[in-house]
Design a protein around this ligand. Structure first.
Ligand SMILES: Cc1cc2nc3c(=O)[nH]c(=O)nc-3n(C[C@H](O)[C@H](O)[C@H](O)COP(=O)(O)OP(=O)(O)OC[C@H]3O[C@@H](n4cnc5c(N)ncnc54)[C@H](O)[C@@H]3O)c2cc1C
Length: 184
């Protein structure tokens, strides 16, 4: 066991989740940004023609954030038949109104299959190019469970909570954290 762990009896791992990358040709191009990083202000500012890949809560938030800024032309591409299928009714009402007011385009039942220097190739009853200066990826989050995996076979009691078990909401993280606290 690493020496720095010897003075603990239990560890609660709450390392959260990390964004999923889009595994398509061009997914690592310079103009491809990660939605969570854009929201956190960790990237250059996307401008001009912006395609947001993924119409869940994060994709919709980032699309609205940049779609309300003058000079931007934002398109959300979502492979499901509708966007915001994982969102609350209140989010749906507010964001739908902003999407309509700011002419944010929405393509549903549409899958991005390639990113190139001109934009994204979308398969939507046939392949078409959607021009893009920037492509923002918001195709989901995956649990960051490596630390839990490293520790689970040690002599310590190790409990993982929150998004590193299964991505969810703040309520789920607090609730699983509370239950872990009761167990130790
Ligand atoms: C853009 C976005 C918007 C969201 N909006 C909402 C919302 O409106 N309502 C809602 O209920 N939920 C929302 N969620 C979900 C919510 O944020 C998460 O469910 C919640 O934060 C999970 O809590 P957590 O403590 O498990 O993980 P996190 O809050 O992700 O915290 C994990 C922390 O662990 C740190 N960490 C990771 N690895 C290590 C390590 N090895 N050592 C030390 N520290 C480490 C990370 O840096 C991070 O600070 C949103 C999520 C995102 C990404």
């Amino acid at each position: 066991m690493p020496t720095q762990l010897c003075c603990f009896d239990a560890v609660i791992v709450a390392t959260g989740a990390q964004p999923v990358k889009l595994p398509v040709p061009g997914g690592d191009n310079k103009n491809v940004l990660i939605g969570v990083d854009v929201l956190d202000g960790k990237t250059e500012e996307p401008k001009g023609n912006i395609v947001v890949v993924g119409g869940g809560l994060i994709g919709t938030e980032v699309a609205v954030d940049y779609g309300i800024r003058t000079g931007n032309n934002v398109t959300i591409v979502e492979m499901l038949p509708r966007i915001m299928s994982d969102c609350s009714d209140s989010d749906n009402i507010v964001y739908s109104q902003m999407i309509a007011e700011h002419n944010i385009k929405v393509m549903t039942s549409a899958r991005v299959v390639e990113i190139n220097s001109e934009g994204v190739i979308v398969d939507c009853k046939g392949k078409k190019l959607v021009p893009a200066d920037y492509v923002i990826i918001a195709v989901g989050m995956k649990p960051q469970s490596e630390l839990y995996t490293q520790l689970e076979n040690s002599d310590l009691e190790v409990i993982s909570v929150g998004d590193c078990v299964q991505t969810g909401k703040i309520y789920d993280a607090i609730h699983t954290g509370y239950k872990a606290g009761l167990r130790i």
